[in-house]
Structures are given as C-alpha cells and as structure tokens.
Design a protein around this ligand. Structure first.
Ligand code: XIL
Length: 375
C-alpha cells in the first residue's frame, strides 16, 4: 500500500511538472504575448528617478513597452515658453533604451496639464491663430526631434472629443478650430518622418465618440496626413462598459485601416460617484468614506469579479490581435494608480496587474494559460 501511494505521488509530481500549460509561474507575460502585441506600462516619477527599485524590477521583468505617466506633458516638459525641462523625460527614455523597450511619447497636444503660457498672451488673452500654430510647431518639433532615435510612437493629440462626438472646446479648438488636430500630426510627422502617430482618447466605447474618431481618421487619411493608430485609453469599471460595446469600437477603428492600441488600461473596483464613467482628469468629488469601502483589502467576491472581467478584456484583445499592437497598463502596482486619487482623492483602489506588495495578481497566470491554450 505504501509503495502504491509513493508511486501515485511520483506520477502526480511528474504530470504536474510536464504539464506545460499550468507551469506559468516563471514565464513573464510580455514573453507569452510577444508575437501578439506589446505589453506596456506607464512609469511614474519614482520609477523614472530610480527610487522605487521593486517597481523597476516588476517593469523590467514583465513589460516590454513604456510610456511616461506625466513627465512629457507640456506643463512638465515645457513649463515656460523659452524653457524646457527634459530632466525626467531624458531619464525615462534612457531607461527604455537601456532595457530595449518600445517607448511611446505621451502627449504632445492636450488641454489638461497644459503649460499655462501655451495658448495665451501676457494678459491672459487667447493668442492669435498664427501665434498658436507657431507655438505648437515649436513645441512639437523640439520635443519630437530630441527623442527621434528613441521614441517610436507619439500620442499626438489627446482627448479632442466630448462623449457626444462634438469637438471639445479646448483652447486649441477655440483658437484654431478642428484644424489644430491635423496641424499637430503634420508638425509631428515633419519632425520625425519615421515615428508612428496616434490619436488617443477615453470613453471610446461610446458610439457617438467612436463615430467622431472614425470620421477624424478618415478625414486625415483622405488628406494624406499620417495617422498610424487609435489609442483607446480603457479606464474601465466592473460593470461598465460592456465588452461588446468596446469591441464594436475596436472593429470600427480597425476598419479605417489604422491599428488599435489599448493605451491606459485600469479597472476600478470602487463605487462610482454620480455615474462618472469617463476619464476626465478635471472631474473631482469631495472625499466620502462610504465611497472608500476596501481600505482593509479587497473582499474575495470582488476580487473574483475583477479577475474574470480583466481576463475577458484580455481575451477580447487576443481575439483582435491582428489589429491591436500594444496593450499598456496605466501604472505598475495598485499603490501607484491614479485611480486612488481620481475622481476622488485618497481612496484605496485595486485596478492594475500587480498588488501593493509588487506581487502579480492571479489574472496574469490566467491570461498566460489562455494564450498557451490557444497557441
Ligand atoms: C493622469 C495621471 O495618471 C495622473 O498622475 C495625473 O495627475 C493626471 O493625469 N488620460 C490621460 C492620462 O491621457 O495622461 C491621465 O493621466 C489619465 C487620463
């Protein structure tokens, strides 16, 4: 009997070792997805300045594409008209180069985190159209040219549309009209003809916004303006949007002939104040403790819900791997996520692939198993 039990144990041990599909612990997700799409993450200041060494290790081990969470936005990189601050951006790019990662520049023209001087004169009045064009050109040319050898793709314009598909009334739009979008792409292309150029936005599942972006891409293409991909930010919730609605947008963008990128993925588990479903960084609600229910950890049932839905999103991305060229998480670990502070400051959220202790979440192995099963 003893012999029999030992034999069973040995056979069992052998089977579990030889079952390749379940031996996922040592294979990094970036490697498993290598021939499907790039697996990216956003780096914050602590990664870039090297103060979060555990975070850096997670980045190096698991991701092959990076984007800067903040340091390339105009307020950071170009704080005064005649003064740039490349300190962090240079370090960020150096890190990507050293580790052989695909580096995306985020973002050239955006109304948020916009340098205060950019669109106004010394009296705070809107500058004339020609002045703004010249400023856009200077900004885009200087930044894109500086990183020409290293940055292979740029989020040229970010969030130009409202959710109803109308143009967002940003200072750029108010002064230049919709032409500012094509101009930005043109300036970026002139600065680096080899760079890929992207349009990036949130709530891209919404039909009105989807239609507006499709029209924009078609319009640009008909004028011969380079656009390589549409970036879908993907700041999603446990119950919104539906996978189907999101998929319809992937299909619609792909049909215009451009690639699709999932550029800022995270999934909040927190209650949603007043049906706020976008990612408008200006939205802000006063703190309420009842809106911060998981300070002691995530209940198992919510964890399972989160894991299943994150896996469903990755299954969707895998289904459309022919057109999806990159999936980027908006942050490394849960403790880094902007979702802890947006749209309400000081909450504990759990939206990313690594937990507060830098440990990978079970969903990573589920994604890996899914890929290996269908390979
Ligand atoms: C967010 C950053 O994560 C925050 O640290 C910052 O305070 C505000 O911006 N859409 C974008 C990103 O394109 O640049 C935003 O990043 C999130 C929404």
């Amino acid at each position: 009997m003893r012999k029999f039990i030992i034999t069973i144990i040995i056979v069992f041990a052998y089977l579990s070792c030889s079952d390749k599909s379940s031996d996922t612990t040592s294979v990094p997700i970036k490697q498993v997805l290598n021939d499907k799409f790039l697996m990216g993450t956003a780096l914050n200041e602590n990664h870039i300045l090297g103060t979060d060494s555990s975070g850096i290790k997670v980045v190096k081990d698991n991701f092959n594409a990076i984007v800067a969470e903040n340091c390339m936005k105009s307020v950071e990189i170009h704080p005064l008209e005649n003064s740039y601050d490349f300190y962090r951006a240079d370090k960020f790019v150096e890190f990507g180069e050293k580790n052989n990662m695909f580096i995306t520049g985020h973002t050239l023209i955006w109304h948020s985190q916009l340098s205060p001087w950019f669109c106004v004169d010394e009296n705070g009045q809107d500058v004339p159209a020609d002045t703004l064009k010249q400023r856009m050109k200077n900004h885009i040319t200087t930044v894109v040219k500086r990183y020409k050898e290293s940055i292979k793709g740029w989020d040229v314009v970010n969030e130009a549309f409202n959710d109803d598909g109308s143009f967002r009334e940003t200072p750029f739009y108010n002064i230049l009209g919709e032409e500012y979008i094509a101009l930005a792409f043109q300036y970026a292309h002139e600065a680096d003809p080899d760079a890929e150029l992207y349009y990036n936005d949130y709530s891209m599942n919404k039909k009105a916004k989807r239609d507006a972006v499709v029209k924009l891409v078609e319009n640009m293409k008909s004028k011969g303006i380079r656009i390589d991909a549409v970036g879908m930010q993907c700041h999603v919730m446990l119950d919104y949007p539906s996978i189907e609605e999101f998929e319809n947008s992937i299909i619609a963008f792909a049909e215009t002939g451009v690639n699709v990128m999932i550029t800022e993925m995270d999934m909040t588990v927190l209650p949603n104040p007043e049906k706020n479903d976008g990612a408008n960084v200006d939205t802000s609600y006063e703190y309420q403790s009842k809106m911060n229910p998981y300070t002691e950890g995530l209940p198992g049932s919510v964890n399972i819900q989160w894991t299943n839905r994150m896996l469903d999103f990755f299954k969707l991305f895998l289904k459309h791997q022919e057109v999806i060229t990159r999936v980027t998480m908006w942050g490394v670990t849960d403790k880094d996520s902007w979702r802890n502070n947006w749209p309400m400051h000081g909450r504990a959220d759990y939206p990313l692939l690594f937990d507060r202790n830098y440990q990978k979440k079970p969903v990573i192995d589920s994604i890996i198993n899914t890929v290996q099963k269908y390979n």
